[in-house]
Write a protein that binds this ligand. Sequence first.
Ligand code: UFG
Length: 327
Amino acid sequence: MPRHILVTGGAGFIGSHICKALSRAGMIPVTYDNLSTGHADSVRWGPLVRADLADAAMLRRTMAEFSPDCVIHCGANAYVGESVDMPRKYYRNNVVGSLTLLEACLDQDIGRIVFSSSCATYGVPASLPIWEESPQQPVNPYGRTKLIFEMALEDFAAAYGIRFAALRYFNAAGADPEGELAERHEPETHLIPRALLAAAGRLDRLDIFGTDYATEDGTCVRDYIHVSDLAQAHLAAVNHLMADGGSLSVNLGSGRGTSVREILDAVYRASGREVPVRYRPRRPGDPPILFANTARAKAELGFVPALSDIDTIIRTAGPTFGLEVTA
Ligand code: UFG
């Protein structure tokens, strides 16, 4: 009997790549998604249950029907800016919704949870690279909602014996190298998609937010990790928990920092197209530099990114945004 894995948010950008990886490993992903930001046509490797995390009865019914061995919880709202303007939505969906899921897991005797956490839980780091014991002091409601649920997982693990893997993503980017899945956000606010759209002529220009940071070229530095690598890390986390591994919190990044200008250089290398840009002031709340110490993911999960060099990220994502890549 193949294992069933319940994936909340399985119709989203990251969730759908995770479902594909699970399926490739012989498991059946059961997507639980309200399609508020996900896409039904991205659910191709297992059933879709269209429902909300707030629907405790439907969560229990779905768990009873499929008896999943593990839950991967990706379903969340994930715009930092929106979380500042609409914290109510973020606390409702990311905290209350997640707790509803966690209680359903307890009631249905599902003791393994993989959680999509974020480097946003660290806030502005005092030192780099960021490792898992760095202080978690989020600077926006989104990061706080992710941290609150990490804390709930720890407390529930101690009291009720569940086991969890909190995966703190850095910047997810790229697309399925086989071209079956893409990033589709509405609105699209992320740097790499916008740079690709601008290079493809589908956007007038890319705004560069801040050129006066204390970085080598003055633009912000982030740690981009390929979404298919992220998906593999989830598979490793599921296998870790299935093999009775203990609870853990790990960074998922490439371990390298890449500046906004370096992204634009990579777009040029891949396509021969310049990204038209406009220089803008800093975006409020942007930390200047974020990149991960990745040692724990390697030690605990045996996870080493294979596709997360910036050229591969750009080459796999380019065509999905209408940009022809040359190599
Ligand atoms: N940027 C631009 N122009 C744009 C978009 C972004 O210059 O049009 C810059 C940003 O200022 C930032 C970098 O490109 O320095 C990356 O920005 P993204 O919006 O692509 O990603 P963020 O680093 O802001 O956000 C990501 C995740 C969030 C997570 C956050 C944690 O998308 O979910 O990291 O810091 F919370």
